[in-house]
Design a protein around this ligand. Structure first.
Ligand code: ZN
Length: 156
């Protein structure tokens, strides 16, 4: 189904807004998970810090990075949506988001992703899928307890 012009405009607005005014930008200090990812084919980098509450939910999350608008907007939007959720829910959102950007598999919880679903526009561009997934792969590492692993981003 072709994306309507209205949806394409909204996609552009949301990407530009988050890439120009990233939410939760910065670093967390103290006891937290820290993962790094890069996407050499596009020059994108993301560093992600995640602090978990005693019950295992994401208490706080921040990212810093540089690169294309899609990689940075995806990171910014992700931090907004996963703050406060449990690890289990965050893991389910990672899977759902992967389904959105690859077009493979059904999205189980559309409400949880919200405007992130606008990124389905990258489906037609495999290189852009890597940009959109970069922060989410870092989140996957953080959920697994990563402190920092500079190598993982180089494996594709
Ligand atoms: Zn990129």
């Amino acid at each position: 189904m072709p994306i309507s012009d209205d949806l394409r405009d909204l996609y552009q607005q949301v990407i530009l807004d988050h890439s120009r005014h990233p939410r939760n930008y910065g670093e967390l200090a103290g006891d937290c998970a820290h993962a790094h990812g890069d996407n050499p084919s596009c020059g994108d980098e993301v560093d992600l810090w995640v602090r978990f509450s005693p019950d295992g939910s994401i208490e706080d999350i921040k990212f810093s990075g540089q690169g294309c608008a899609i990689s940075q907007a995806s990171a910014s939007m992700m931090t907004v949506k996963v703050k406060g959720v449990t690890k289990e829910k965050a893991a389910a959102m990672i899977e759902d988001f992967r389904h959105v950007v690859t077009g493979e598999g059904a999205v189980r919880d559309e409400d949880a992703l919200g405007e992130l679903q606008l990124l389905e526009g990258v489906q037609k561009f495999p290189q852009r899928v890597k940009c959109a997934m970069l922060a989410w792969r870092a989140l996957e590492q953080a959920l697994a307890g990563a402190r920092v692993n500079p190598e993982w981003g180089r494996r594709v």
